[in-house]
Design a binder for this molecule. Structure first.
Ligand code: PMP
Ligand code: GLN
Length: 378
């Protein structure tokens, strides 16, 4: 049997979380909160179950949830996506990404990805016979050379994938970035896949600039998002996808065959919860305090950093401490120091081994203080 993904090994997120458990280490590796979601949201799920929403949901998702997403996007970015045919509820952002790539990538099509890149993009492209065209960003990955991106566009380019705010660097796109991107793709038939799962986690009074707000660009874009990040429910795997009608029609064809629909009671609960904007508007400040607590805690350590502009991840540079490659260094920290992180080199940067680790600060203040104390002692 010939493997379709010969170079794919066990996900680093599964691996590091497993090692953290084995060694009883603080787990700041895989991105998930170590605190619970709002009890009010859990009550809404129970209510939906008692109300009888225990059978299949509509294929595109619960209509009220789609209407409320449409209202949120229109309020935040001034663009209206039609809840009837331009919004789909997906099994996490992961399925939205999978369905979007599968719907549009044919064998031989090129897809441009900016490295470091989230781990699922490249294998999904390869599964469709597509060709990933990788662009390595300069460390610490906070600026994009759009001329370089332009130079990688060929007659075979079918899609460009961006992630804003960016996992793992915490970078956030500026208006200039999006304007250049809009100009770059104008008049081409290249699709933009904009992974915006950290849309509500953005710091220091910055604003999330969604592709949705750029009219021309939005016409050729698919946006993916996740309630897992926004409502501390990564285990629910409920996300959504926005795209103009003509693109969404193709995405449905994959969605209905791969999953058909997503958990009904969870969608009902999210629909009600999303009705109040305060549910997501406070998230940036909530995580900004956690980022600051963590960074204050590591003051005086030998790690260096640029504060994350968004997401719940902070990259730390350990080059003043060790020259070991990131993977071995991260494994050593778990075994010897009792703290787990993610080596940034695995985000598709394997041939350029920068000395960065990624720490997830979606953790209780107590966990963050303990983690910082360990890092100060190294
Ligand atoms: N994209 C990025 C950049 C992510 O960090 C994640 C994290 N899980 C996902 C997509 C997948 O989201 P979900 O868990 O909702 O499938
Ligand atoms: N997105 C999460 C992260 O970057 C992990 C998701 C997963 O475990 N596959 O840590």
């Amino acid at each position: 049997m010939q493997s379709k993904l010969p170079n794919t090994t066990l996900s680093i997120f599964a691996l590091m979380s497993k090692m953290a458990t084995q060694h009883n280490a603080l787990n700041l590796s895989q991105g998930f909160p170590d605190f619970n979601t709002d009890p009010a949201l859990i009550d809404l799920v129970t209510k939906a179950m008692h109300d009888g929403y225990n059978q299949y949901a509509p294929l595109a998702g619960d209509l009220r949830l789609r209407e409320n997403i449409s209202a949120m996007i229109s309020h935040l970015h001034g663009t209206t996506y039609d809840p009837q045919n331009e919004i789909t509820i997906t099994a996490g952002a992961s399925e939205a990404l999978y369905a979007s790539i599968t719907a549009f990538i044919n064998p031989g099509d090129e897809v441009i990805i900016l490295k470091p890149a989230y781990d699922t993009y490249e294998p999904t492209i390869r599964l469709q016979g597509g060709i990933p065209v990788l662009i390595q960003l300069q460390a610490p990955y906070t600026s994009i050379d759009w001329d370089e991106v332009r130079s990688k566009i060929s007659s075979k380019t079918r899609m460009l994938i961006i992630n804003n705010p960016h996992n793992p660097s915490g970078n956030v796109f500026s208006h200039e970035d999006l304007s250049k991107l809009e100009e770059l793709l104008a008049g081409t038939n290249i699709l933009l896949l904009s992974d915006e799962v950290y849309e509500h986690i953005i710091f220091d009074d910055r604003k999330h600039l969604s592709v949705a707000a750029y009219d021309k660009l939005a016409q050729q874009s698919i946006i993916t998002a996740s309630f897992g990040k926004t409502f501390h429910t990564t285990g629910w795997k409920v996300g959504y996808c926005l795209a103009p009608d003509n693109l969404m029609r193709e995405i449905y064809k994959v969605h209905q065959n791969v999953i058909f629909c997503v958990s009904h009671p969870l969608q009902k609960a999210l629909a009600t919860y999303l009705e109040e904007p305060k549910r997501y508007l406070g998230l940036s400040k909530f995580y900004e305090q956690k980022r600051d607590l963590f960074l204050r805690g590591i003051e005086g350590s030998r790690f260096t950093y640029k504060p994350a502009m968004g997401t719940y991840f902070q990259m730390l540079d350990y080059s003043a401490i060790s020259q070991e490659n990131a993977r071995l260094y991260a494994e050593g920290l778990i075994k010897e120091n009792g703290i787990a992180s993610i080596p940034v080199s695995v985000f598709n940067c394997d041939e350029q081994d920068h000395k960065f680790l990624r720490f997830c600060f979606a953790k209780s203040d107590e966990t963050l203080e303990k983690a910082a104390a360990i890092l100060r002692s190294i």
